[in-house]
Design a protein around this ligand. Structure first.
Ligand code: NPW
Ligand code: K
Length: 517
């Protein structure tokens, strides 16, 4: 799913009204009917108090129009106009007049001395600011926002939690609505998926308001949201007459004394991701461990007992995954450096391979094109330097990936894969996956996919998706706390099977009323 910028949404808005020959307020009417239908379907006329806080722009206009629909269906509403500016939008004013015609008089709020009482079982509709916010709100508006956040009432945000900027980081985190549910027009916003702003969106749903399909489908976005539909388009089915050579040979290179487990996890994950053969290359101490615990995997050892000191081998792998548990001993750094200078195979680099590159930036020029790097936040910081905020981080990563022609996997709650100036935001995964070895499993999966012929970008995007999905399936049995990295590998098969399970469609019952346009 494309993640449009605010600028692109405004453009879509313009093109839609022009092509469909409708006025802006008609689009607002569509939007507010979608909001109303969503609420009405769930509330079925329940007499819960609904407080609608509406700004003076189009986000507020949506809220005012929604208030009219709720009023006409007998809901118990209170409407507040958060009067932070005299520059009211035209469509806001049209809808305000329509509400007044129905004898509903909003409370106009101009300062914080009139904060309304809100019960914890009430519902708040947040239509204060939408994607048009462009500066930090006034102090009294921030106080109101905090008052709403502290109310314990359920907060439903229109389009975006008020105070969040769709394409940049907020400056004042006290000035953001902490939303329980966001109904976002046409598509969610990138900011919903970033570590700083994501916590303000507990759940979201996109509402189709009929923006021009040609514009939406032909417009390139800087970010895309990756779910099942997107990965199904890259999935490569198995061929009947294939043999294990068809699916490639992964070499997993890493490990050190006490960290042989990292290589075990990556190697096993690569095999479960579907590659034909896996060889592990590790210090001699790991030989028996690997051979005993993973009989399917071949083993090559360094001449050193405890660390990697020399990376030379006679096999011909399809792809090499390097760095898990490898350490950064001087001898290992030397070995990795000379390996990079002579290597021509595609690479997936993780952990200490990234740490070594961060300390020896001169080695970056030896990375083959389309190398995949999978740093966690600290490794990323060592590689690209500190960032000011999430958007700054994304820009820095894009620059790094362009400069070194590589794919960067920014690991996090919503892992983002970056290549060629574009970001792919993953939607699977859960907090149970923040556990030892989870990253080693990811590197193994991506390596296993790359070996099977997936492009670097597709291997990274699909690998991240499968890894998260395996975690989502595993958590049903383990719970968050007890999930361990091997649970991810055990559920990789289920993650593949899930790709072809058709989700149950909700059956609309006859009792479900829908407002008509
Ligand atoms: N195509 C779609 O998707 C559709 C979108 N629709 C809806 O429109 C919403 C966007 O509406 P919007 O452009 O009117 O902006 P909104 O967020 O209401 O802000 C209002 C104004 O406030 C101002 N302002 C900014 N920051 C400020 C601050 N800190 N303190 C004080 N003032 C501040 C700023 O004006 P300025 O003062 O800068 O001139 C701004 O213009 C969108 O989120 C969705 O809900 C639907 O109606 C249907 C179709
Ligand atoms: K809002």
């Amino acid at each position: 799913m494309k993640l449009f910028s605010a600028k692109q949404i405004y453009k879509a808005d313009q093109i839609t009204t022009k092509k469909q020959g409708i006025a802006g307020e008609e689009l607002m009417e569509r939007a507010s009917l979608q909001l109303f239908n969503w609420m009405h379907l769930r509330m079925q006329g329940a007499p819960v108090k609904i407080h609608l806080f509406c700004g003076i722009g189009n986000n507020g206009g949506d809220g005012i129009a929604l208030a009219r629909h709720l009023l006409e269906h007998g809901y118990n509403i209170a409407v507040y106009v958060v009067n932070y500016s005299e520059k009211r939008s035209e469509d806001f004013l049209i809808n305000l007049a329509r509400l007044k015609e129905r004898k509903c008089w909003p409370n106009f709020m101009n300062s914080d001395d009139e904060l309304p009482v809100i019960g914890k079982d009430d519902i708040i509709v947040d239509g204060i600011f939408g994607i048009g916010i462009n500066r930090t709100p006034d102090a009294w508006v921030i106080k109101l926002i905090q008052h709403l956040n502290n109310s314990q009432a359920f907060i439903l945000s229109i389009d975006i939690p008020s105070g969040l900027f769709s394409d940049q980081s907020p400056k004042d985190f006290d000035a953001i609505i902490k939303s329980n549910y966001v109904l976002s027009f046409q598509a969610p916003k990138l900011t919903f998926f970033l570590p700083e702003s994501g916590p303000y969106v507990e759940q979201w749903e996109a509402l189709d308001i009929g923006l021009d399909v040609d514009y939406l489908s032909s417009t390139e976005t800087a970010y895309e949201l990756i779910g099942k539909n997107e990965v199904l388009t890259v999935y490569r089915p198995r061929e009947k007459y294939a043999h294990k050579g068809t699916y490639g040979h992964v070499l997993i290179l890493g490990g050190s004394y006490g960290k042989i487990g990292a290589v075990c996890l990556s190697s096993k994950a690569a095999l479960h991701a579907g590659c034909g053969l896996v060889t592990a290359y590790l210090p001699a101490v790991g030989y028996s461990i690997l051979q005993t615990s993973l009989p399917e995997i071949m083993v090559l050892t360094d001449k050193d007992e405890k660390i990697i000191t020399d990376i030379t081998f006679e096999i011909d792998p399809t792809i090499i995954g390097v760095g898990m548990g490898m350490g950064t001993d001087d001898k290992t750094i030397m070995a990795f450096g000379s390996f990079l200078k002579s290597n021509e195979k595609p690479l997936v680099l993780d952990a200490d391979a990234i740490n070594i590159l961060s300390k020896h930036k001169d080695l970056l020029k030896h990375l083959p094109k389309d190398t995949i790097l999978t740093p966690h936040p600290k490794e990323l910081e060592r590689l690209i330097g500190k960032w000011k905020n999430d958007f700054d981080k994304l820009n820095k990563v894009k620059k790094f990936s362009d400069q070194h022609q590589c794919v960067v996997v920014i690991k996090g709650a919503n892992t983002i894969v970056v290549q060629n100036g574009k970001g792919y935001v993953n939607t699977t995964g859960n907090p149970g996956m923040a556990t030892a070895g989870s990253g080693d499993v990811l590197t193994g999966i991506i390596s296993g996919l790359r070996a099977q012929g997936y492009s670097a970008l597709n291997a990274a995007v699909f690998g991240v998706y499968l890894h998260g999905k395996a975690g989502d399936i595993a958590v049903e049995k383990t719970g968050y706390q007890s999930m361990v990295a091997t649970d991810l590998i055990s559920n990789l098969g289920n993650a593949y099977l899930d790709l072809f399970q058709i989700p149950e469609q909700p059956q609309p019952s006859e009792a479900e009323p829908e407002a008509q346009q």
